[in-house]
Write a protein that binds this ligand. Structure first.
Ligand SMILES: [Zn+2]
Length: 156
């Protein structure tokens, strides 16, 4: 399942990407372009704008209820049953592209010697060529991910 996120919901888009989901987002885009892209690429539109949702014929949409980004993320994961698919840090947040594993040997010249010694696994964004490794991300982000995952409703 892939998404396109309304301009007003930047934080939701960012967090869906952090959790590994394909969530296309533009801070500025015409409604008609947004809808055309959703239709063309088969993306589910996430929006809090009833006017926009009304215009979205033939496109699957989800009206986002909360104003809080973490509750928004929960709603999306619950609504589409995506908890099993959460895969943190598997996508470039800038490019919305899936990262590729980078063998340690090939990372040698792409990171500082310190990072090369410390990190065990590396990943590369094929779009912007940024290299990621465990530790790239702030502790604060780790904590927030834990918090989101703890909200998962136990269903059997
Ligand atoms: Zn990238």
């Amino acid at each position: 399942m892939i998404f396109i996120v309304d301009c007003m919901l930047g934080k939701l888009a960012k967090w869906l990407k952090i959790l590994g989901f394909d969530a296309l987002y533009f801070s500025k885009i015409e409604d008609s372009d947004l809808l055309a892209l959703a239709q063309k690429e088969g993306r589910v539109l996430l929006s809090r704008d009833n006017g926009l949702i009304e215009k979205s014929r033939n496109i699957e949409t989800l009206f986002i209820e909360s104003e809080a980004w973490n509750t928004q993320v929960e709603q999306v994961l619950n609504e589409f049953g995506l908890w099993e698919d959460v895969s943190p840090y598997s996508r470039c947040i800038e490019c919305n592209i899936e990262l590729k594993d980078l063998p340690k040997g090939r990372a040698r010249n792409l990171v500082t010697p310190f990072v090369f010694e410390q990190a065990e696994s590396f990943a590369l964004c094929p779009e912007c060529d940024r290299v990621f490794w465990k530790g790239t991300h702030h502790k604060d982000m780790e904590f927030k991910i834990e918090e989101i995952l703890s909200k998962r409703k136990r269903k059997k």
